[in-house]
Design a protein around this ligand. Sequence first.
Ligand code: NAD
Ligand code: UDX
Length: 462
Amino acid sequence: PVVVKKICCIGAGYVGGPTCAVIPNIQVTIVDLNKARIDAWNSDNLPIYEPGLDEVVKEARGRNLFFSTDVDKAIEEADLIFVSVNTPTKKSGIGAGFAADLNYLQLATRRIAEVSTSSKIVVEKSTVPCRTADAMRTILEANSKPGCTFDILSNPEFLAEGTAIADLFNPDRVLIGSLQTESGLSACGSLAAVYSNWVKKDQILTVGLWSSELSKLAANAMLAQRISSVNALSAICEATGANIDEVAYAVGKDTRVGPKFLKASVGFGGSCFQKDILNLVYLSESLHLPHVAKYWRAVVEMNEYQKDRFAHKVVETLFNTITGKKIAMLGWAFKKDTGDTRESPAISIANHFLSEKARITIYDPQVGEDQIWLDLTDYGAIPAEPIKPNVSIQKSAEDACKGAEAIVVCTEWDEFKTLDWEKIYANCPRPAFVFDGRLMLDRKKLQKIGFTVVTIGTGDRV
Ligand code: NAD
Ligand code: UDX
Protein backbone atom coordinates (compact mmCIF):
# COMPACT_ATOMS: atom_id res chain seq x y z
CA PRO A 1 0.00 0.00 0.00
CA VAL A 2 1.00 3.64 -0.63
CA VAL A 3 2.40 5.28 2.51
CA VAL A 4 0.29 8.38 3.14
CA LYS A 5 2.46 11.44 3.69
CA LYS A 6 0.03 14.28 3.15
CA ILE A 7 -3.69 14.40 3.85
CA CYS A 8 -6.24 16.94 2.69
CA CYS A 9 -9.65 17.18 4.33
CA ILE A 10 -12.37 19.01 2.42
CA GLY A 11 -14.88 20.48 4.90
CA ALA A 12 -13.79 22.13 8.17
CA GLY A 13 -16.98 21.41 10.12
CA TYR A 14 -17.96 19.45 13.22
CA VAL A 15 -16.49 16.31 11.66
CA GLY A 16 -13.58 17.49 9.48
CA GLY A 17 -12.02 19.69 12.18
CA PRO A 18 -11.94 17.29 15.15
CA THR A 19 -11.29 14.07 13.15
CA CYS A 20 -8.21 15.54 11.48
CA ALA A 21 -6.96 17.38 14.56
CA VAL A 22 -6.28 14.05 16.31
CA ILE A 23 -4.14 12.59 13.49
CA PRO A 24 -0.49 12.46 14.63
CA ASN A 25 2.71 12.34 12.55
CA ILE A 26 1.17 13.10 9.14
CA GLN A 27 0.70 16.54 7.58
CA VAL A 28 -3.01 17.35 7.38
CA THR A 29 -4.50 20.41 5.69
CA ILE A 30 -8.17 21.05 6.33
CA VAL A 31 -9.79 23.25 3.70
CA ASP A 32 -13.15 24.94 3.39
CA LEU A 33 -14.82 27.44 1.06
CA ASN A 34 -16.12 29.29 4.11
CA LYS A 35 -13.37 31.80 4.91
CA ALA A 36 -14.88 32.90 8.23
CA ARG A 37 -14.80 29.29 9.40
CA ILE A 38 -11.16 28.81 8.39
CA ASP A 39 -10.20 32.11 10.04
CA ALA A 40 -11.87 30.92 13.22
CA TRP A 41 -9.98 27.59 13.13
CA ASN A 42 -6.78 29.64 12.84
CA SER A 43 -7.72 31.85 15.80
CA ASP A 44 -8.10 31.41 19.57
CA ASN A 45 -11.85 31.27 19.10
CA LEU A 46 -12.53 27.95 17.36
CA PRO A 47 -15.78 27.79 15.35
CA ILE A 48 -17.17 24.88 17.39
CA TYR A 49 -17.34 24.13 21.10
CA GLU A 50 -16.22 20.64 21.99
CA PRO A 51 -14.58 19.64 25.30
CA GLY A 52 -10.83 19.06 24.83
CA LEU A 53 -10.77 20.39 21.25
CA ASP A 54 -8.96 23.65 22.06
CA GLU A 55 -6.00 21.81 23.57
CA VAL A 56 -5.71 19.30 20.73
CA VAL A 57 -5.87 22.00 18.04
CA LYS A 58 -3.42 24.28 19.83
CA GLU A 59 -0.89 21.49 20.06
CA ALA A 60 -1.15 20.32 16.45
CA ARG A 61 -1.78 23.60 14.60
CA GLY A 62 1.31 24.74 12.73
CA ARG A 63 3.03 21.42 13.56
CA ASN A 64 1.25 18.93 11.33
CA LEU A 65 -2.20 20.54 11.19
CA PHE A 66 -3.11 23.42 8.87
CA PHE A 67 -6.35 25.21 8.01
CA SER A 68 -6.69 26.92 4.64
CA THR A 69 -9.11 28.21 2.02
CA ASP A 70 -6.74 27.15 -0.75
CA VAL A 71 -8.69 24.03 -1.65
CA ASP A 72 -6.85 23.34 -4.93
CA LYS A 73 -3.36 23.46 -3.44
CA ALA A 74 -4.25 21.09 -0.62
CA ILE A 75 -5.88 18.63 -3.05
CA GLU A 76 -2.92 18.76 -5.39
CA GLU A 77 -0.38 18.05 -2.63
CA ALA A 78 -2.24 15.24 -0.87
CA ASP A 79 -2.00 11.47 -1.34
CA LEU A 80 -5.24 10.95 0.54
CA ILE A 81 -8.30 13.22 0.62
CA PHE A 82 -11.10 13.05 3.16
CA VAL A 83 -14.37 14.43 1.84
CA SER A 84 -16.14 15.69 4.94
CA VAL A 85 -18.65 18.14 3.54
CA ASN A 86 -22.25 18.52 4.68
CA THR A 87 -24.92 16.20 3.25
CA PRO A 88 -28.17 17.75 4.56
CA THR A 89 -31.69 16.60 3.78
CA LYS A 90 -32.82 17.94 0.39
CA LYS A 91 -35.19 20.89 0.71
CA SER A 92 -36.58 20.80 -2.84
CA GLY A 93 -36.69 18.67 -5.97
CA ILE A 94 -36.85 14.89 -6.17
CA GLY A 95 -36.76 13.31 -2.72
CA ALA A 96 -37.30 16.65 -0.96
CA GLY A 97 -37.64 16.17 2.79
CA PHE A 98 -36.01 12.72 2.71
CA ALA A 99 -33.07 12.25 0.35
CA ALA A 100 -29.59 13.52 1.13
CA ASP A 101 -28.46 16.59 -0.80
CA LEU A 102 -25.27 15.35 -2.43
CA ASN A 103 -24.51 18.58 -4.25
CA TYR A 104 -21.66 19.64 -1.91
CA LEU A 105 -20.15 16.17 -2.11
CA GLN A 106 -20.32 16.11 -5.89
CA LEU A 107 -18.81 19.60 -6.23
CA ALA A 108 -15.92 18.59 -3.99
CA THR A 109 -15.45 15.35 -5.96
CA ARG A 110 -15.41 17.22 -9.27
CA ARG A 111 -12.82 19.64 -7.89
CA ILE A 112 -10.60 16.72 -6.86
CA ALA A 113 -10.74 15.30 -10.39
CA GLU A 114 -10.10 18.65 -12.07
CA VAL A 115 -7.18 19.69 -9.90
CA SER A 116 -5.31 16.41 -9.36
CA THR A 117 -2.18 15.78 -11.39
CA SER A 118 -1.32 12.57 -9.51
CA SER A 119 -3.28 9.54 -8.31
CA LYS A 120 -5.17 9.86 -5.03
CA ILE A 121 -7.08 7.91 -2.45
CA VAL A 122 -10.45 9.62 -2.01
CA VAL A 123 -12.27 8.88 1.25
CA GLU A 124 -15.98 9.41 1.83
CA LYS A 125 -16.12 10.72 5.40
CA SER A 126 -19.50 12.39 4.96
CA THR A 127 -22.54 10.25 5.66
CA VAL A 128 -23.99 9.22 2.30
CA PRO A 129 -26.61 6.88 0.84
CA CYS A 130 -25.50 3.37 -0.03
CA ARG A 131 -23.70 3.25 -3.42
CA THR A 132 -22.71 6.92 -3.47
CA ALA A 133 -19.12 5.83 -4.18
CA ASP A 134 -20.37 4.65 -7.59
CA ALA A 135 -21.40 8.19 -8.53
CA MET A 136 -18.14 9.57 -7.15
CA ARG A 137 -16.15 7.13 -9.26
CA THR A 138 -18.02 8.17 -12.42
CA ILE A 139 -17.42 11.87 -11.70
CA LEU A 140 -13.74 11.29 -10.93
CA GLU A 141 -13.11 9.13 -13.99
CA ALA A 142 -14.96 11.46 -16.34
CA ASN A 143 -12.98 14.52 -15.24
CA SER A 144 -9.53 13.16 -14.46
CA LYS A 145 -6.25 13.99 -16.17
CA PRO A 146 -4.48 11.21 -18.09
CA GLY A 147 -2.49 8.90 -15.82
CA CYS A 148 -4.39 9.89 -12.66
CA THR A 149 -6.33 7.12 -10.97
CA PHE A 150 -8.54 7.30 -7.92
CA ASP A 151 -9.34 4.71 -5.28
CA ILE A 152 -12.51 5.44 -3.34
CA LEU A 153 -12.92 4.33 0.25
CA SER A 154 -15.81 4.69 2.64
CA ASN A 155 -14.77 5.64 6.16
CA PRO A 156 -17.85 6.87 8.03
CA GLU A 157 -17.44 8.83 11.24
CA PHE A 158 -19.09 7.63 14.45
CA LEU A 159 -18.11 10.45 16.82
CA ALA A 160 -20.86 12.00 18.92
CA GLU A 161 -20.79 15.72 19.58
CA GLY A 162 -19.93 16.70 23.13
CA THR A 163 -17.61 13.69 23.41
CA ALA A 164 -15.95 13.97 19.99
CA ILE A 165 -12.35 14.15 21.18
CA ALA A 166 -12.67 11.21 23.56
CA ASP A 167 -14.53 9.24 20.85
CA LEU A 168 -11.81 9.97 18.30
CA PHE A 169 -8.88 9.08 20.54
CA ASN A 170 -10.58 5.92 21.72
CA PRO A 171 -13.13 4.81 19.10
CA ASP A 172 -15.29 1.69 19.51
CA ARG A 173 -14.20 0.92 15.96
CA VAL A 174 -12.90 2.51 12.79
CA LEU A 175 -14.73 1.27 9.72
CA ILE A 176 -13.12 1.23 6.27
CA GLY A 177 -14.98 -0.01 3.20
CA SER A 178 -13.30 -0.66 -0.12
CA LEU A 179 -13.86 -2.48 -3.36
CA GLN A 180 -12.44 -5.98 -2.98
CA THR A 181 -10.03 -5.42 -5.89
CA GLU A 182 -6.26 -5.36 -5.62
CA SER A 183 -6.07 -1.56 -5.74
CA GLY A 184 -9.14 -1.17 -3.48
CA LEU A 185 -7.61 -3.40 -0.82
CA SER A 186 -4.29 -1.64 -1.14
CA ALA A 187 -5.93 1.78 -0.60
CA CYS A 188 -7.74 0.31 2.39
CA GLY A 189 -4.35 -0.75 3.78
CA SER A 190 -3.00 2.79 3.34
CA LEU A 191 -5.85 4.32 5.34
CA ALA A 192 -5.69 1.58 7.98
CA ALA A 193 -1.99 2.44 8.42
CA VAL A 194 -2.93 6.09 9.11
CA TYR A 195 -5.32 5.02 11.89
CA SER A 196 -2.91 2.47 13.30
CA ASN A 197 -0.87 5.44 14.58
CA TRP A 198 -3.28 5.53 17.53
CA VAL A 199 -6.02 2.89 17.08
CA LYS A 200 -5.50 -0.81 17.91
CA LYS A 201 -5.42 -3.08 14.87
CA ASP A 202 -8.39 -5.22 15.96
CA GLN A 203 -10.55 -2.10 16.18
CA ILE A 204 -9.97 -1.22 12.54
CA LEU A 205 -12.68 -3.07 10.65
CA THR A 206 -12.33 -3.53 6.92
CA VAL A 207 -15.40 -4.44 4.87
CA GLY A 208 -16.88 -4.00 1.41
CA LEU A 209 -17.62 -0.49 0.17
CA TRP A 210 -21.43 -0.83 0.19
CA SER A 211 -21.52 -2.45 3.63
CA SER A 212 -19.49 0.42 5.03
CA GLU A 213 -21.78 3.06 3.53
CA LEU A 214 -24.88 1.28 4.78
CA SER A 215 -23.42 0.59 8.24
CA LYS A 216 -23.30 4.29 9.01
CA LEU A 217 -26.99 4.79 8.23
CA ALA A 218 -27.77 1.55 10.07
CA ALA A 219 -25.86 2.55 13.21
CA ASN A 220 -27.62 5.89 13.48
CA ALA A 221 -31.02 4.38 12.70
CA MET A 222 -30.60 1.72 15.38
CA LEU A 223 -29.36 4.21 17.99
CA ALA A 224 -32.26 6.55 17.27
CA GLN A 225 -34.65 3.60 17.32
CA ARG A 226 -33.60 2.86 20.92
CA ILE A 227 -34.47 6.42 21.92
CA SER A 228 -37.82 6.34 20.15
CA SER A 229 -38.57 2.99 21.81
CA VAL A 230 -37.81 4.34 25.26
CA ASN A 231 -39.72 7.54 24.53
CA ALA A 232 -42.75 5.52 23.37
CA LEU A 233 -42.57 3.62 26.66
CA SER A 234 -42.31 6.91 28.56
CA ALA A 235 -45.83 7.79 27.38
CA ILE A 236 -47.09 4.50 28.83
CA CYS A 237 -45.27 5.28 32.08
CA GLU A 238 -46.95 8.65 32.38
CA ALA A 239 -50.37 7.04 31.89
CA THR A 240 -49.79 4.20 34.35
CA GLY A 241 -47.53 5.49 37.12
CA ALA A 242 -44.55 3.37 36.04
CA ASN A 243 -41.22 5.18 35.97
CA ILE A 244 -39.24 5.20 32.71
CA ASP A 245 -35.84 5.40 34.41
CA GLU A 246 -36.69 2.26 36.38
CA VAL A 247 -38.03 0.49 33.30
CA ALA A 248 -34.95 1.43 31.23
CA TYR A 249 -32.69 0.28 34.07
CA ALA A 250 -34.45 -3.07 34.34
CA VAL A 251 -34.53 -3.64 30.59
CA GLY A 252 -30.94 -2.46 30.08
CA LYS A 253 -29.65 -4.97 32.65
CA ASP A 254 -30.30 -7.66 30.05
CA THR A 255 -26.86 -7.95 28.50
CA ARG A 256 -28.47 -8.46 25.10
CA VAL A 257 -30.03 -4.98 25.37
CA GLY A 258 -27.32 -3.15 27.34
CA PRO A 259 -27.69 -0.05 29.51
CA LYS A 260 -26.54 2.76 27.19
CA PHE A 261 -28.66 5.08 25.09
CA LEU A 262 -31.91 4.35 26.91
CA LYS A 263 -32.54 7.77 28.43
CA ALA A 264 -36.03 9.09 27.80
CA SER A 265 -36.04 12.71 26.69
CA VAL A 266 -37.90 15.54 25.00
CA GLY A 267 -36.88 13.78 21.79
CA PHE A 268 -33.60 13.36 19.97
CA GLY A 269 -32.04 16.21 18.04
CA GLY A 270 -28.75 16.85 16.27
CA SER A 271 -27.77 17.05 12.65
CA CYS A 272 -27.52 13.29 12.11
CA PHE A 273 -30.29 11.06 13.43
CA GLN A 274 -33.30 12.49 11.63
CA LYS A 275 -31.38 13.20 8.43
CA ASP A 276 -29.85 9.74 8.26
CA ILE A 277 -33.09 7.90 9.01
CA LEU A 278 -34.95 9.90 6.37
CA ASN A 279 -32.10 9.04 4.03
CA LEU A 280 -32.63 5.35 4.85
CA VAL A 281 -36.37 5.74 4.31
CA TYR A 282 -35.75 7.29 0.91
CA LEU A 283 -33.24 4.60 -0.01
CA SER A 284 -35.75 1.88 0.99
CA GLU A 285 -38.48 3.49 -1.08
CA SER A 286 -36.17 3.86 -4.08
CA LEU A 287 -35.38 0.15 -3.78
CA HIS A 288 -39.14 -0.65 -3.77
CA LEU A 289 -39.11 -1.75 -0.14
CA PRO A 290 -42.11 0.17 1.26
CA HIS A 291 -42.43 -1.97 4.42
CA VAL A 292 -38.83 -1.27 5.33
CA ALA A 293 -39.36 2.44 4.66
CA LYS A 294 -42.45 2.50 6.86
CA TYR A 295 -40.63 0.76 9.72
CA TRP A 296 -37.81 3.32 9.89
CA ARG A 297 -40.08 6.28 9.25
CA ALA A 298 -41.91 5.42 12.47
CA VAL A 299 -38.72 6.16 14.46
CA VAL A 300 -38.84 9.79 13.27
CA GLU A 301 -42.61 10.02 13.71
CA MET A 302 -42.31 8.84 17.31
CA ASN A 303 -39.70 11.56 17.89
CA GLU A 304 -42.01 14.25 16.52
CA TYR A 305 -44.79 12.90 18.74
CA GLN A 306 -42.52 13.06 21.79
CA LYS A 307 -41.59 16.72 21.21
CA ASP A 308 -45.26 17.66 20.65
CA ARG A 309 -46.42 15.62 23.61
CA PHE A 310 -43.99 17.38 25.93
CA ALA A 311 -45.00 20.85 24.74
CA HIS A 312 -48.71 19.93 25.09
CA LYS A 313 -48.08 18.66 28.58
CA VAL A 314 -46.70 22.05 29.60
CA VAL A 315 -49.79 23.81 28.24
CA GLU A 316 -52.19 21.33 29.84
CA THR A 317 -50.47 21.52 33.22
CA LEU A 318 -50.60 25.32 33.17
CA PHE A 319 -54.40 25.00 33.19
CA ASN A 320 -54.72 24.76 29.41
CA THR A 321 -53.42 28.18 28.48
CA ILE A 322 -50.00 29.75 28.38
CA THR A 323 -51.04 32.94 26.58
CA GLY A 324 -49.08 35.83 28.06
CA LYS A 325 -47.40 33.55 30.59
CA LYS A 326 -43.66 33.65 31.09
CA ILE A 327 -41.91 30.35 30.44
CA ALA A 328 -38.19 29.86 31.06
CA MET A 329 -36.40 27.45 28.75
CA LEU A 330 -33.16 26.05 30.15
CA GLY A 331 -30.95 24.76 27.35
CA TRP A 332 -31.07 25.34 23.61
CA ALA A 333 -28.35 22.99 22.26
CA PHE A 334 -29.50 19.54 21.11
CA LYS A 335 -27.51 17.90 23.94
CA LYS A 336 -25.10 19.01 26.65
CA ASP A 337 -21.46 19.92 26.01
CA THR A 338 -22.02 21.28 22.52
CA GLY A 339 -23.05 24.63 21.11
CA ASP A 340 -24.70 22.88 18.15
CA THR A 341 -28.42 23.55 17.77
CA ARG A 342 -29.17 21.67 14.55
CA GLU A 343 -32.59 19.95 14.90
CA SER A 344 -32.57 20.74 18.61
CA PRO A 345 -35.86 19.74 20.25
CA ALA A 346 -35.76 23.10 22.09
CA ILE A 347 -36.51 24.83 18.78
CA SER A 348 -39.73 22.86 18.20
CA ILE A 349 -40.78 23.37 21.80
CA ALA A 350 -40.14 27.13 21.62
CA ASN A 351 -42.14 27.38 18.38
CA HIS A 352 -44.99 25.60 20.09
CA PHE A 353 -44.92 27.98 23.07
CA LEU A 354 -44.74 31.01 20.78
CA SER A 355 -47.70 29.80 18.73
CA GLU A 356 -49.64 29.69 22.02
CA LYS A 357 -48.55 33.31 22.57
CA ALA A 358 -46.44 32.62 25.64
CA ARG A 359 -43.48 34.84 26.55
CA ILE A 360 -40.31 32.79 26.58
CA THR A 361 -36.94 33.43 28.18
CA ILE A 362 -34.06 31.29 27.00
CA TYR A 363 -30.70 30.42 28.51
CA ASP A 364 -27.99 28.14 27.18
CA PRO A 365 -24.38 28.13 28.39
CA GLN A 366 -22.89 27.65 24.91
CA VAL A 367 -25.38 29.00 22.39
CA GLY A 368 -25.21 32.70 21.56
CA GLU A 369 -28.11 35.07 20.97
CA ASP A 370 -27.47 35.29 17.21
CA GLN A 371 -27.76 31.54 16.77
CA ILE A 372 -30.97 31.38 18.80
CA TRP A 373 -32.49 34.03 16.54
CA LEU A 374 -31.37 32.15 13.44
CA ASP A 375 -33.12 29.06 14.80
CA LEU A 376 -36.30 30.90 15.80
CA THR A 377 -36.59 32.51 12.37
CA ASP A 378 -35.54 29.38 10.48
CA TYR A 379 -32.52 31.27 9.14
CA GLY A 380 -34.60 34.22 8.01
CA ALA A 381 -37.54 32.31 6.51
CA ILE A 382 -39.85 33.47 9.35
CA PRO A 383 -40.01 37.19 10.22
CA ALA A 384 -38.52 38.03 13.62
CA GLU A 385 -40.58 41.19 14.30
CA PRO A 386 -43.86 39.50 15.37
CA ILE A 387 -42.13 37.24 17.92
CA LYS A 388 -39.55 39.73 19.22
CA PRO A 389 -41.73 41.07 22.06
CA ASN A 390 -42.25 37.52 23.32
CA VAL A 391 -38.64 36.31 23.33
CA SER A 392 -35.86 37.26 25.69
CA ILE A 393 -32.44 35.61 25.78
CA GLN A 394 -30.65 35.68 29.10
CA LYS A 395 -27.05 35.28 30.24
CA SER A 396 -27.78 33.03 33.23
CA ALA A 397 -30.30 30.38 34.22
CA GLU A 398 -31.30 32.39 37.27
CA ASP A 399 -32.08 35.47 35.18
CA ALA A 400 -34.09 33.38 32.72
CA CYS A 401 -36.15 31.85 35.54
CA LYS A 402 -37.00 35.15 37.27
CA GLY A 403 -40.78 35.54 37.40
CA ALA A 404 -41.39 32.43 35.24
CA GLU A 405 -44.62 30.49 35.75
CA ALA A 406 -42.90 27.43 34.37
CA ILE A 407 -39.28 26.36 34.00
CA VAL A 408 -38.71 23.89 31.19
CA VAL A 409 -35.45 21.93 31.00
CA CYS A 410 -34.69 21.13 27.36
CA THR A 411 -30.96 20.27 27.49
CA GLU A 412 -29.23 18.26 30.21
CA TRP A 413 -26.40 20.75 31.02
CA ASP A 414 -24.73 19.68 34.29
CA GLU A 415 -24.96 23.21 35.72
CA PHE A 416 -28.77 22.95 35.90
CA LYS A 417 -28.39 20.33 38.64
CA THR A 418 -26.56 22.69 40.96
CA LEU A 419 -28.54 25.90 40.46
CA ASP A 420 -29.71 27.71 43.57
CA TRP A 421 -33.21 26.32 43.22
CA GLU A 422 -34.38 27.84 46.51
CA LYS A 423 -33.52 31.30 45.24
CA ILE A 424 -35.15 30.57 41.89
CA TYR A 425 -38.30 29.42 43.70
CA ALA A 426 -38.36 32.60 45.75
CA ASN A 427 -38.48 34.60 42.50
CA CYS A 428 -41.30 32.60 40.83
CA PRO A 429 -45.05 33.18 41.08
CA ARG A 430 -47.15 30.39 42.64
CA PRO A 431 -47.80 27.64 41.79
CA ALA A 432 -44.24 27.24 40.49
CA PHE A 433 -43.72 24.50 37.92
CA VAL A 434 -40.58 22.71 36.73
CA PHE A 435 -40.84 20.52 33.62
CA ASP A 436 -37.86 18.22 33.43
CA GLY A 437 -37.57 17.11 29.81
CA ARG A 438 -34.30 15.29 30.52
CA LEU A 439 -35.03 13.46 33.80
CA MET A 440 -31.95 15.08 35.27
CA LEU A 441 -33.07 17.11 38.29
CA ASP A 442 -33.48 15.94 41.87
CA ARG A 443 -37.23 15.72 41.86
CA LYS A 444 -37.63 15.18 45.61
CA LYS A 445 -35.44 18.15 46.46
CA LEU A 446 -37.39 20.44 44.12
CA GLN A 447 -40.69 19.22 45.52
CA LYS A 448 -39.47 19.89 49.04
CA ILE A 449 -38.65 23.46 48.04
CA GLY A 450 -42.23 23.82 46.80
CA PHE A 451 -42.06 23.29 43.04
CA THR A 452 -44.57 21.16 41.22
CA VAL A 453 -42.34 18.88 39.17
CA VAL A 454 -43.46 17.26 35.93
CA THR A 455 -41.08 14.89 34.16
CA ILE A 456 -41.07 12.79 31.05
CA GLY A 457 -41.95 9.20 31.87
CA THR A 458 -43.35 9.50 35.38
CA GLY A 459 -47.03 9.62 36.17
CA ASP A 460 -47.05 10.67 39.80
CA ARG A 461 -47.43 14.42 39.71
CA VAL A 462 -47.15 16.08 43.11
P1 NAD B 1 -20.67 20.98 8.71
O1 NAD B 1 -21.75 21.69 8.00
O2 NAD B 1 -20.30 21.39 10.10
O3 NAD B 1 -19.30 21.09 7.85
C1 NAD B 1 -19.23 20.89 6.49
C2 NAD B 1 -18.27 21.93 5.89
O4 NAD B 1 -18.04 21.61 4.50
C3 NAD B 1 -18.82 23.35 5.89
O5 NAD B 1 -17.95 24.19 6.64
C4 NAD B 1 -18.88 23.74 4.41
O6 NAD B 1 -18.54 25.10 4.17
C5 NAD B 1 -17.84 22.83 3.80
N1 NAD B 1 -18.02 22.58 2.36
C6 NAD B 1 -19.15 22.24 1.70
N2 NAD B 1 -18.88 22.07 0.39
C7 NAD B 1 -17.56 22.31 0.22
C8 NAD B 1 -16.69 22.27 -0.91
N3 NAD B 1 -17.15 21.93 -2.13
N4 NAD B 1 -15.39 22.59 -0.73
C9 NAD B 1 -14.91 22.92 0.49
N5 NAD B 1 -15.69 22.95 1.60
C10 NAD B 1 -17.00 22.65 1.47
O7 NAD B 1 -21.03 19.43 8.68
P2 NAD B 1 -20.56 18.28 9.71
O8 NAD B 1 -21.45 18.28 10.89
O9 NAD B 1 -19.09 18.37 9.87
O10 NAD B 1 -20.92 16.98 8.86
C11 NAD B 1 -20.17 16.61 7.72
C12 NAD B 1 -20.59 15.20 7.31
O11 NAD B 1 -20.27 14.27 8.35
C13 NAD B 1 -22.07 15.04 7.03
O12 NAD B 1 -22.24 14.14 5.96
C14 NAD B 1 -22.59 14.43 8.31
O13 NAD B 1 -23.73 13.64 8.09
C15 NAD B 1 -21.44 13.56 8.74
N6 NAD B 1 -21.36 13.30 10.19
C16 NAD B 1 -21.60 14.29 11.09
C17 NAD B 1 -21.47 14.04 12.46
C18 NAD B 1 -21.71 15.11 13.49
O14 NAD B 1 -21.74 14.80 14.66
N7 NAD B 1 -21.88 16.36 13.12
C19 NAD B 1 -21.09 12.77 12.89
C20 NAD B 1 -20.84 11.78 11.94
C21 NAD B 1 -20.98 12.06 10.60
C1 UDX C 1 -24.98 10.70 16.81
C2 UDX C 1 -24.35 9.30 17.01
O1 UDX C 1 -24.37 8.98 18.40
C3 UDX C 1 -22.94 9.30 16.49
O2 UDX C 1 -22.39 7.99 16.59
C4 UDX C 1 -22.94 9.74 15.03
O3 UDX C 1 -21.63 9.79 14.52
C5 UDX C 1 -23.60 11.10 14.87
O4 UDX C 1 -24.92 11.05 15.44
P1 UDX C 1 -24.81 13.03 18.07
O5 UDX C 1 -26.04 13.36 17.30
O6 UDX C 1 -23.67 13.97 18.04
O7 UDX C 1 -24.23 11.61 17.60
O8 UDX C 1 -25.18 12.83 19.62
P2 UDX C 1 -25.93 11.65 20.43
O9 UDX C 1 -25.24 11.48 21.70
O10 UDX C 1 -26.13 10.46 19.61
O11 UDX C 1 -27.35 12.30 20.73
C6 UDX C 1 -28.33 12.53 19.74
C7 UDX C 1 -29.62 12.98 20.38
O12 UDX C 1 -30.24 11.91 21.09
C8 UDX C 1 -29.45 14.12 21.39
O13 UDX C 1 -30.51 15.04 21.24
C9 UDX C 1 -29.52 13.40 22.72
O14 UDX C 1 -29.95 14.24 23.76
C10 UDX C 1 -30.54 12.32 22.41
N1 UDX C 1 -30.45 11.15 23.30
C11 UDX C 1 -29.30 10.40 23.32
C12 UDX C 1 -31.54 10.78 24.09
O15 UDX C 1 -32.56 11.44 24.06
N2 UDX C 1 -31.42 9.68 24.88
C13 UDX C 1 -30.31 8.90 24.92
O16 UDX C 1 -30.30 7.90 25.67
C14 UDX C 1 -29.21 9.28 24.11
